[in-house]
Design a binder for this molecule. Structure first.
Ligand code: CDP
Length: 214
C-alpha cells in the first residue's frame, strides 16, 4: 500500500504494483496483462506527461497544463507520437510539473481493489511502499525495434535509426534529470526482457505479484 494505512475490507484493500523502466521497454504490455490477471486498475503515467507535452506543443505553459490536466485527455491517440514523447520527456524535468501530477497518481495507487502504475518513478517517488516493484528494461536496440514495429503498425513512416535516436535521447534525459531520475528502486525486481518473449515477460511479472499476494 502507498501512504497512510486505511481500514479496508480485505477483498477491496489497496495493493500497488509499481512498474518502471526506460522508453519502450514493454511496461505497457506487462502492466495491462498484470492488471487484467489480478483485476487491478491500470494507469500509464507516461500519458500524463505526454498530455502535458502535447499541450506545450500547442502553446500552453507546462506547469499550467499539468495543473489543469483533464484525465479524459489521456484517451487521445495523438499522444502516442514520437514528437509528443520528446515533448513529454522535456516537461518531465520540471519539478512543478511533476508535483502537480503527484496527488492524482498517489490516489490512483491507493484505490480500493488494487492498481498497477507504470512509469519512471513509481517505485522510487510516487509509491515507495508499493507491494510489488518491477523494473522492466531491455537493450536500446531491442526497445527501438519494438517501438518501430508499434509505430509502423499505426501507419507512421519512420525508420530504425530515427527511433533508436529518439529512445537514446529520452533515456539520457530521463536518467540524468535532477527530479525523480529513472533508476530501479532498491527493492525492485529487475526484468531484462531483451531476450524474452512477451509471454515469458508477462509470466515473470505475474509470478512476482502472485508471490507478494500469497
Ligand atoms: O511509452 P514510453 O515508454 O515510450 O514513454 P512513456 O512512458 O509514455 O513516457 C513518456 C515520457 O514521460 C518519458 O520519456 C519520461 O520523460 C516521462 N515520464 C516520467 O518522467 N515519469 C513517469 N512516471 C512517466 C513518464
Amino acid at each position: 500500500m502507498c501512504g497512510a494505512a486505511r481500514a479496508e475490507p480485505v477483498a477491496t484493500a489497496p495493493f500497488t504494483v509499481a512498474i518502471d523502466g526506460p522508453a519502450a521497454a514493454g511496461k505497457g504490455t506487462i502492466s495491462r496483462a498484470v492488471a487484467g490477471r489480478f483485476g487491478f486498475a491500470h494507469l500509464d503515467t507516461g500519458l500524463l506527461y505526454r498530455a502535458v507535452g502535447a499541450q506545450v506543443l500547442s502553446g500552453v505553459a507546462a506547469v499550467e497544463a499539468a495543473r489543469s490536466l483533464d484525465p479524459a485527455a489521456l484517451e487521445d491517440p495523438a499522444l502516442r507520437t514520437a514528437e509528443v514523447a520528446q515533448a513529454a520527456s522535456k516537461v518531465a524535468v520540471i519539478a512543478d510539473v511533476r508535483a502537480a501530477l503527484l496527488d492524482f497518481q498517489r490516489a490512483f495507487a491507493r484505490r480500493a481493489g488494487g492498481a498497477v502504475l507504470d512509469g519512471r518513478d513509481i517505485g522510487t517517488v510516487i509509491c515507495p511502499q508499493a507491494e510489488v516493484k518491477l523494473f522492466v528494461t531491455a537493450s536500446a536496440e531491442v526497445r527501438a525495434g519494438r517501438r518501430l514495429a508499434e509505430l509502423q503498425g499505426r501507419g507512421t513512416d519512420t525508420d530504425f535509426e530515427t527511433v533508436l535516436a529518439d529512445v537514446r535521447a529520452r533515456d539520457a534525459r530521463d536518467s540524468d534529470r535532477a527530479e525523480a531520475p529513472l533508476r530501479p528502486a532498491e527493492t525492485a525486481f529487475v526484468l531484462d526482457t531483451s531476450e524474452m518473449s512477451v509471454e515469458a515477460a508477462v509470466e515473470a511479472a505475474v509470478a512476482q505479484v502472485a508471490a507478494a499476494r500469497a
